[in-house]
Write a protein that binds this ligand. Structure first.
Ligand code: BGC
Ligand code: ZN
Length: 358
């Protein structure tokens, strides 16, 4: 079968090759991939900054956001059958099974030895087929096939927002206004979730107000802010403070400066990764004082567990019902599997690129 692979550590190494079709063992399902999304992590992998091949292999099948159809099931599988639509989670437990890995939350793995399909030590899903244990497959209605590869990034946003609410149980808290930094897929999906929850939401990025990212944010009822026209520190005067801030840029200057914009008792959720590290000079003393004096919280969040994926199925149904066609609009580029390397080259206005496999 064909698969998009890379040589971890080597720049621009993504290519399509022929490899053996995986076998479907006991307790597993063989999944025919329908569509696989590309995200910033895939771009970082293709830039040679990230990614790890499975032990004993010199390449890594990329892709960790995919929707597919069950083709066959192994012995002992009863809860799914051929024809079902599924999405697989990304993280797998560490070999020693730490407390959280044992507790089905490898996204909170304590050791750091977790594996991630398509990223760290395990092949991914950007191929014609993959095989996976039922423990890690999430069923979804067929009507979600065309946006199903957004379930993974949606689950990451869902987890971050859910965590914020859990941490905020430290106090009686009724958030009204949210700010999302970034209007890439993660930022827009976070925007849709917050709007779906009924929060007054502002989405900030570097594109102009008429850009397609701005229009996608505003279609859900959020207000779009072009940070070049309205810098971060000018926002409180204009719009007031924000109860919940989600950083989906990984640009640390934004993430840290936003701590100055969060309301009393508010919270900042840092969900953006920044492997291409840069050093920035920051007004850290001022931020420190504001955090302390105002009981603010900030936290980091990564990956998602089965629970978050399951919640995201309902969320996706709800978003699609409220704003028909909006999720579909995030796909600004679609390529066939043989052209997967093209999907990894981002154009200026791209939101989400996807590889259509079958
Ligand atoms: C994935 C996460 C993963 C992270 C770090 C993200 O793109 O969505 O599941 O944990 O990359 O590897
Ligand atoms: Zn672990």
């Amino acid at each position: 079968m064909r698969a998009a692979v890379c040589t971890p550590g080597r720049r621009d190494s993504v290519r399509v090759i022929d490899i053996d079709r995986p076998r479907c063992r006991e307790g597993e399902a063989l999944v025919r991939v329908h569509m696989a999304g590309v995200d910033g992590t895939d771009e970082d992998i293709n830039a040679g900054l990230y990614g790890e091949a499975p032990e004993g292999c010199d390449f890594l099948v990329i892709g960790h956001e995919a929707v597919g159809i069950v083709e066959a099931v192994g012995a002992g599988v009863r809860c799914t059958r051929p024809g079902d639509a599924v999405v697989a989670t990304v993280r797998r437990p560490c070999p020693g099974r730490c407390l959280n890995c044992r507790n089905h939350q490898p996204d909170f793995c304590i050791t750091g030895d977790y594996l991630e399909r398509g990223i760290k030590g395990l092949h991914g899903y950007m191929a014609e087929y993959y095989s996976e244990s039922m423990d890690y497959l999430i069923g979804l209605p067929h009507e979600l096939l065309d946006t199903g590869c957004l379930l993974e990034p949606l689950s990451v946003a869902e987890k971050g927002i859910f965590e914020a609410f859990r941490i905020q149980q430290r106090v009686l808290w009724e958030p009204r206004r949210a700010l999302v930094l970034g209007a890439g897929p993660l930022g827009l999906l976070a925007t849709f979730i917050l709007r779906d929850m009924g929060l007054e939401t502002y989405t900030l990025a570097t594109r102009e107000r008429g850009s397609i990212k701005a229009r996608a944010a505003e279609a859900s009822g959020a207000r779009y802010i072009d940070v070049n026209a309205e810098p971060l520190d000018s926002l409180p005067k204009k719009y007031g403070q924000f109860d919940l801030i989600v950083d989906a840029t990984g640009f640390s200057t934004f993430a840290f400066e936003s701590m100055g914009l969060v309301n009393r008792n508010g919270i900042v959720c840092m969900a953006g990764l920044s492997p291409g590290k840069k050093e920035h000079s920051m007004p850290t003393d001022r931020i420190n004082m504001e955090m302390v004096l105002n009981n603010k919280a900030a936290f980091g969040t990564v990956s998602a567990s089965r629970r978050d994926f399951e919640k995201s199925v309902d969320r996706m149904l709800s978003i699609r019902k409220k704003w028909p066609g909006l999720m579909e609009k995030l796909f600004t580029k679609k390529e066939s599997l043989v052209n997967a390397p093209r999907a990894l080259r981002r154009d200026e206005e791209d939101i989400k690129a996807a590889v259509v496999v079958s």
